[in-house]
Write a protein that binds this ligand. Structure first.
Ligand code: AMP
Length: 282
């Protein structure tokens, strides 16, 4: 695995690969890697001939400075995991490399509705930060495909909008969420949970399953309320338990029995905020 710290070195290498008609798969991450990240690498390796992974803890997407300060860093282990997974290239830029003072990137991305709901509403500025870093990374790597997790459902929608807005010709491939045996979605933040919190965290998955079971045509507000009450009773501070149209992310109050629905949850145990989602209609 080759490791690059500088954009110009990575670009020179990728340019050479491109002249050999090698197609590139890209997996952007913030490190603290787990099997969920490795499933993205696996997909990239299956679908393209050269896999580039980036590790960059992007300061601009943290609306809460305490969350940024506590974000886990496990670089040595990350490199071992990436080697084991057969990653070809690791891009490890620092903040100055990604955010030089002079640049030609927009200062604001027009994301409209996405910034007003769910993660957009609860984490002001978060998706601006996601677009800032993803625009730069996508332009640096110029991959055929970028592989991202369904775990961050709304982020996938925002990145798709960024690709459309900028005309970048990279295809977004959304990879299913990898879960622990008790259903908890794998996440870098899970390592910040105390052992008892780690057990409790699996109730998020149970709440998603309950929403799936309870969904019926007509009024769906009681389904959302029941999930919120369930999580609160288990000790969570609930931000939302929502049902939304899986194509538009429009929040649902009534279901017509036809639209594809995604259930989305954000809830915290002490200061660890967890998100998860599930498509609950076929
Ligand atoms: P992060 O390092 O948390 O920014 O995540 C990097 C990428 O890994 C994002 O596209 C995430 O959606 C994806 N990801 C995170 N957790 C999982 C998971 N449990 N299963 C699949 N993909 C995941």
């Amino acid at each position: 695995m080759l490791i690059f710290h500088h954009i110009k070195d990575l670009r020179r290498f990728l340019l050479h690969k491109r002249t050999l008609l090698t197609d590139i798969g890209f997996v952007p991450t913030m490190g603290a890697l787990h099997k969920g990240h490795l499933s993205l690498i696996e997909q990239s390796k299956a679908q393209t001939r050269l896999t580039v992974c980036s590790i960059f803890i992007n300061p601009t997407q943290f609306n809460d400075p305490a969350d940024f300060a506590k974000y886990p860093v496990t670089l040595h282990q990350d490199i071992q995991l990436l080697l084991f997974a057969g990653t070809d290239v690791l891009f490890l830029p620092d903040v100055r490399e990604m955010y030089p003072e002079e640049h030609d990137y927009p200062l604001f991305y027009e994301l409209g509705y996405y910034e007003t709901v769910l993660e957009g509403a609860y984490r002001p500025g978060h998706f601006q930060g996601v677009c800032k870093v993803m625009h730069r990374l996508l332009r640096i790597v110029e991959a055929e495909a970028v592989f991202m997790g369904q775990k961050d459902f709304q982020q996938c929608m925002v990145v798709q909008q960024l690709l459309t807005m900028t005309g970048i010709a990279t295809k977004l491939v959304i990879v299913p969420t990898l879960r622990e045996t008790d259903g908890l979605a794998m996440s870098s933040r899970n390592m910040r949970l105390q052992p008892d919190e780690r057990k409790t965290a699996a109730f998020i998955y149970q709440a998603l399953l309950q929403m799936k079971q309870q969904l019926n045509t007509g009024d769906v507000v009681p389904v959302k309320t029941a999930a919120a009450n369930f999580l609160t009773s288990k000790g969570f501070k609930v931000d939302y338990t929502e049902l939304a149209n899986a194509h538009s992310l429009e929040l649902m109050h009534e279901w017509n029995g036809k639209d594809k629905i995604v259930a989305l949850i954000a809830a915290s145990l002490n200061d660890v905020r967890l998100i998860d989602n599930m498509i609950i209609t076929s």
